[in-house]
Design a protein around this ligand. Sequence first.
Ligand SMILES: Cc1ncc(COP(=O)(O)O)c(C=O)c1O
Length: 424
Amino acid sequence: MAAISFDPSASFAAEMDRRDPLAPFREQFHIPPGPDGSPSIYLCGHSLGLQPKRAHEYIEQELEDWATLGVEAHFHGRHPWMPYHRLLTNNMAGLIGADPLEVVLMNSLTVNLHLMMVSFYRPTPQRYKIVVEASAFPSDQYAFASQLHFHGFDPATALIELTPRAGEATIRQDDIHALLEREGPSIALILLGGVNYATGQLFDMEAITRMGHAQGCVVGFDLAHAAGNVPLRLHEWDVDFAVWCTYKYLNGGPGCVGGCFVHERFASAWDLPRFAGWWGHDQASRFLMGPDFQPMPGAEGWQLSNPSIMSMAPLRASLEIFADAGMQQLRNKSESLTGYLEFLLDQDKSSKFTIITPREPERRGAQLSIRIHQGGRAVCDRLIGEGILCDWREPDILRVAPVPLYNTYSDVHRFAERFLAALS
Ligand SMILES: Cc1ncc(COP(=O)(O)O)c(C=O)c1O
């Protein structure tokens, strides 16, 4: 992308908004009102994405079909519930760079992480360690520790945590490489976040997968903060499996159904151990209700239960918007918006805060994490009181995500102005 030379004036932001080809997409979302009734500055898409206006209509359709057809809507609704999840598969697969066979929407993130570890964490006495980020999201840490205990290993010796070097906030690619070279034969699984939830660091998933495979390890990713944020090419990168949630950048709504990717080479790996449920059973014979489990080919073979239609309906609306906007166009705007935020914050020379997210656009997504050296919580509360929504992660990090689908350059300008005012 061509470098843009930014300017700190509000009129520059307004001009950028006028020229933004993606600006009309904002109209397709509900922007929550701030305390004075005007639209808030919503910079929390890394936590809960905004509601697509069409979500209401899509849920309403299913409520109507339920009311008028009852159980018959499974097969005879306007969008029959039996294959409803497939209405989302192609768009979801496109966003993560996968073949539709490799993708399924089911359960929620932590559940899917466990299901994937049942199949892909196959420790032996020699190869049993799991490589993770030291600052992985707590739910992932609990999942790793409980899986290790389940297999009779002690996390104190079987979990290898990647940490930033002293005085640094993010993990160096060279250090990942060196660790894999050193410990490779003892590592069963590498499981990192595609984008770290706290620092916003985007990992080079392709290189990590290549290095991991060269050492004989399985490589999976938690894409909670990457899906819908950065372009992904999971199939081409040869990633073994991935899981993600859909309520952040993907705007599926609170607690929305999770996503799961299983590489095509495991599509017919019937010998792979897995936990089974009837929805993963071969579709053609599912309703014969036989006693023997025959999984569906591909990622759908990991399904357990029939999924929540009401949860998938808003996600369907959001994925359609992504398909219209195009992930690469969104990424172009995202790099520009985040770069603009960084530029405005860099105008301040007070040393009251440090941006800990990597400075290189290819090492981050839409989020900047700002370490505030003193009184940060009060700054965050003050901003929220003014209708500027970002979030706080203890002990000292303000996370701010300008989301290209619905945020504007003027949002970013306003945030920077009020943030710097709150700091002083
Ligand atoms: C990186 C990461 N992993 C896991 C989770 C847990 O997700 P869930 O509650 O959908 O299982 C989250 C939730 O925000 C997350 O950010």
